[in-house]
Every structure is written in structure tokens, then in C-alpha cells.
Design a protein around this ligand. Structure first.
Ligand SMILES: [Zn+2]
Length: 240
């Protein structure tokens, strides 16, 4: 393959590469949005979990207090039964103190149980509301995530297609020419630029007549002094 043909092929490779680049750019936006939406779901779920954990903790505490209350009640019965056996005032006073202490403990337990029931009701109400909200959010975000994932998948399909086009386009292009193409970064996103009206097709800098001739004859690789693009001559380059 002559240098001229090679350069013309490179122009096609470049078209494919530009398409690939814009596909990759479009593709790169989706994963960030998907994980942002997933994080939103997780945050909502965590908030709900915190509430239900709190509720469970309160229930455990309430069951514990109720057991304590039961045994205090038993204790009180036993203490009260002993009144019939007391013989002295001193014994009576001591027993009375024990009874008081036991009753105090019981009313402490009852007080705390009431508090738990009250705040439990509040939390249960919140849980009910949030369960609904989280469900809505999950549904809404998941629908959008699925949509984004489908777009991502179809973009990937397009990328795969364009990549195989690229494989076909570079077939037969000289290795060193391909390397110069890969290593060059030209202006306006163009690495290889066709000559247009005697100027570089990427930056429009006028080419000196002598350089133009070299490009036209494709004697050697010419790099635009202004933007660094590899100069190529195609059918349209001859038109003025
Ligand atoms: Zn240029």
C-alpha cells in the first residue's frame, strides 16, 4: 500500500475513531449516574433500617422490663404475706421499707414501659410512612437505573460494532504510519487532516507551495507546523 493510500485509509480510521470517542464519552456518563441513584436508594434504606433497629431495641427493653415487673410483683406478694408473721415493730418497719422499695421499683418499671410504648408508637408511625416513601423511591430510582443500564448496554453494542469497523479500516495500513497516527495529537481533535484549498483541513493554516507538493505526491509524512496534524491528500484536496 502506497503512502497516499495509507493516508487516505487513515482518514477513514479517524472517522471511526471520532465516532468511538463520542460513544465512549456518552457511555462514561452513565455509570456515575447509576451509582449516584443506587447510593440514594441505599441511603433511604439505611435510614429506615435505623428506625426499625431502634424499634426492635425498644421492644427488647420493654420485654425485659415486663419480666422485671412480673418478678417484682411476685416479690411484693411474698413480702406482703410476711406481714402476718411479724412479731415486733422493728420487723414490721423493716418489712414495710422492703415493700416500699419494691413498689418504687415497680412504678419505675411501669413508668419506663409507658414511655417505651409511647415513643414506640411514634417510631412505628414513622416506619410506616418511610416504608412507603422508600418503596416509592426504590421503584422510581430502579426504573431509571434500568433505563440507564439498557442505554449503556446498547451503547456498548454500538462501540463493539464500531470497533470491528476500525479493525477493518486499519487493515493493510503500514505499521509505522499507524504508529505516527496513534502518537500524534492534532488540532481540533483531528490527528490526520486532509488538505483543503491549499490549507490544513484541521487548523486552516495555508501550506507553503513546496510542502503542498510534497503532500500531493505523498512522498513523505508531513506534519502541519501549526497544529501537528498529519497531512493527507484526497480527491477533494485537488479542488480549489
Ligand atoms: Zn494544521
Amino acid at each position: 500500500m502506497s503512502l497516499k493510500e495509507g493516508l487516505q485509509k487513515l482518514l477513514k480510521v479517524q472517522d471511526v475513531d471520532l465516532e468511538l470517542k463520542s460513544l465512549e464519552e456518552a457511555k462514561s456518563k452513565y455509570p456515575a449516574e447509576i451509582s449516584r441513584r443506587q447510593a440514594e436508594i441505599t441511603r433511604a434504606e439505611d435510614g429506615l433500617k435505623e428506625l426499625t433497629d431502634r424499634l426492635e431495641e425498644l421492644e427488647r427493653r420493654r420485654r425485659h422490663l415486663e419480666r422485671e415487673l412480673d418478678s417484682a410483683r411476685e416479690q411484693l406478694k411474698k413480702l406482703e404475706a410476711r406481714f402476718s408473721e411479724v412479731k415486733t415493730n422493728k420487723e414490721y418497719d423493716a418489712l414495710q421499707l422492703e415493700v416500699e422499695a419494691c413498689k418504687n421499683k415497680m412504678s419505675e418499671y411501669e413508668g419506663e414501659i409507658l414511655e417505651i410504648i409511647e415513643s414506640g408508637d411514634g417510631i412505628r408511625e414513622k416506619v410506616e410512612l418511610e416504608t412507603q416513601d422508600v418503596g416509592d423511591l426504590q421503584q422510581e430510582q430502579q426504573a431509571r437505573i434500568d433505563e440507564l443500564q439498557a442505554k449503556l448496554d446498547s451503547l456498548q453494542g454500538e462501540v463493539d460494532g464500531v470497533e470491528s469497523q476500525r479493525q477493518a479500516a486499519i487493515k493493510g495500513v503500514d505499521g509505522s504510519l499507524l504508529r505516527s497516527y496513534e502518537n500524534t495529537r492534532g488540532g481540533r481533535g483531528l490527528t490526520v487532516a486532509p488538505v483543503r484549498k491549499g490549507s490544513c483541513g484541521a487548523c486552516y493554516r495555508q501550506l507553503p507551495a513546496q510542502i503542498k507538493t510534497i503532500v500531493r505526491r505523498s512522498e513523505e509524512i508531513v506534519i502541519c507546523e501549526s497544529c501537528g496534524a498529519i497531512m493527507a491528500w484526497d480527491d477533494e484536496s485537488s479542488k480549489n
